[in-house]
Design a protein around this ligand. Sequence first.
Ligand code: SF4
Length: 89
Amino acid sequence: MPDKYDVFEKRCPMLGHAISFKYCRSVNSTTPCRKIMDCWFEQIPIRQYLEENFSIETIQNLLQPPKPKIVSLLEMIDQARASSQHSQT
Ligand code: SF4
């Protein structure tokens, strides 16, 4: 669904080029980029926007500190292992 802020653009610190708010609010398909509050608080009332458009769970996930890379890696290995075992049965 189009959003009134979708026309806003800024330089993404992760991608290194201009990006629209539309991308930032839906970067993970239906969830926003975890840096959306840091990147957009000066241009739009981002906290209010998130509260009006996303669930409490999604906002809480955004506020969680990122997992250490080793934890994410181990989770990916476990998922791949489980998927491999499932496909062999
Ligand atoms: S919110 Fe994410 S995708 Fe958007 S500009 Fe910031 S880092 Fe880049």
